[in-house]
Design a protein around this ligand. Structure first.
Ligand SMILES: [Zn+2]
Length: 464
């Protein structure tokens, strides 16, 4: 079966031909670990997990290498560490922030039915030359300087975009179109305003590594060039991520890797998923548009979020609504009742074919509905293909009984009702009616809702 993928660089859907069918290689940019992940961050996780599973099906599970990095060096992490752990030395505080956040992310990804990638490297392990000889950031930067693609200025090492004649090809930006009218004084040391940081100096209280350019830390883009080279080689098959990463992150990764290695490409297929738009104000609670995966997992089984995400094609914006989630939950109830107890079987060719057309997940779901109807009408072949296809792509991970209890645990909770109860309790406490406030707290506890009081107010979550 032919797999066809849309490539952002050539702007066409092309037949996928791996460099080595015995080792199909894919890199996807992972999270910067300083805060709970937004539901928008779940989209690349789910989309590229479906592609990972499809590649494993087509080429064999042992013939696909999937790398998704963890960014654990970043100024946002430093700021968060200082804020959350003011009593600790910064390096210890940073480790707490990154370890907690990475563990949280790993558990959310698993709950969304996604397989762990083959390798999940952390940026901080790839700053300095390594004992195992795998690629590292400092060596890559040295190579870029030696080849005339980078220079030192103003305490930084910068990539020289004018040294690369086709810089900007991925995002469609041309160098001469990008002269901003007013150049910021801060950028005066740059040869071109688009030159970007490979290395910057760290002050004493910032995380830093000793390098040929003094104690400092890497820029964001160089870490992905180092970690992809380390595990996938100078050129590999697929590079993925969210559409917001095309510029500057992927443009700059591509420039660094090609110029450091002297290769015509970094990856042969560049894939980008579109945004998730939160349209439903009810769902965004008090946090504006910031809906975390964690919040959603408190209310819905992970498979509901997974199916809901796949209802839109990855290259279309996704409208994330409560109604959509309710429909996805209903669909899964039905699928579980039809297929959960079927074991074994082969995935349907029709399902594989829809996904092989640039991951056409809406069409895949239509195909699944067709099999479901055949199964419900008594066709055992359809029933077995239906169950096997669902399992292959991360559904039906539980028995019907487990599914039902999870649904009961997760749903049946009315956020509005909870918010109203919490308001009544706050009012009762304000008038010192503690009998009433305790009664409401017990009522919430009986609903499985745990509340936490703090200076900022009362928050709640579903007990697990
Ligand atoms: Zn990256």
């Amino acid at each position: 079966m032919d797999l066809r993928l849309y490539d952002t660089l050539t702007k066409e859907k092309r037949r996928f031909t791996p460099l080595d069918p015995n080792n199909v290689r894919m890199y996807v940019c992972g999270p910067t670990v300083y805060d709970f992940a937004h539901i928008g961050n779940a989209r690349p996780v789910i989309v590229f997990d479906v592609l990972f599973r499809l590649l494993r099906h087509l080429y064999g599970a042992d013939h696909v290498t999937y790398v998704r990095n963890i960014t654990d060096v970043d100024d946002k992490i430093n700021a968060r560490a200082a804020r959350d752990f003011p009593g600790l030395p910064l390096n210890e505080a940073i480790r707490k922030v990154t370890e907690n956040t990475a563990a949280q992310f790993a558990s959310e990804v698993a709950a969304l039915g996604s397989l762990p990638p083959t390798f999940e490297p952390r940026a901080t392990d790839f700053v300095l030359p390594r004992a195992d000889g795998k690629a590292d950031m400092v060596t890559l930067i040295k190579q870029l300087i030696a080849r005339g693609h980078a220079y030192e200025a103003g305490g930084e090492v910068l990539f020289d975009v004018q040294s690369m004649p086709d810089y900007g090809a991925l995002s469609g930006r041309k160098l001469d179109e990008q002269r901003p009218g007013a150049r910021v004084a801060v950028d005066a040391h740059k040869k071109s305003p688009l030159d970007f940081v490979l290395w910057k100096q760290s002050s004493g209280d910032e995380p830093g590594w000793e390098s040929p350019w003094g104690r400092g830390r890497p820029g964001w883009h160089i870490e992905c060039s180092a970690m992809s080279t380390a595990y996938l080689g100078d050129v590999f098959d697929i590079h993925g991520g969210g559409i917001d990463l095309i510029f500057p992150h992927h443009e700059n990764e591509l420039a660094q890797s090609r110029c450091a290695h002297g290769t015509p490409a970094m990856a042969n297929y560049w894939m980008h998923n579109e945004f998730v738009q939160i349209e439903d104000t009810k769902m965004s609670k008090s946090l504006g548009n910031f809906v975390t995966i964690r919040d959603l997992l408190a209310d819905w089984p992970g498979e509901v979020l997974r199916l809901n995400m796949l209802k839109a094609h990855y290259r279309s914006p996704m409208d994330w609504t409560l109604r959509g989630l309710e429909e996805s939950a209903k669909t899964l109830d039905d699928w579980y009742s039809v297929a959960a107890d079927v074991k074994g079987g082969q995935a349907s060719d029709a399902v594989i074919e829809t996904l092989s057309d640039d991951l056409n997940t809406p069409q895949m779901i239509a195909s699944l509905h067709g099999l479901r109807n055949g199964a419900a009408a008594g066709n055992d072949g359809d029933r077995s293909q239906f169950a096997a296809s669902l399992r292959l792509f991360g559904f039906l991970s539980e028995s019907v009984a487990e599914w039902k209890s999870r649904k009961q645990q997760a749903s049946g909770v009315d956020a509005k009702q909870i918010d109203e109860l919490i308001s009544s309790r706050t009012a009762a406490r304000a008038r010192k009616d503690f009998k009433e406030s305790d009664r409401i707290r017990d009522e919430l506890a009986a609903m499985g809702v745990v509340i936490k009081d703090s200076k900022e107010g009362t928050t709640w979550e579903i007990a697990r």
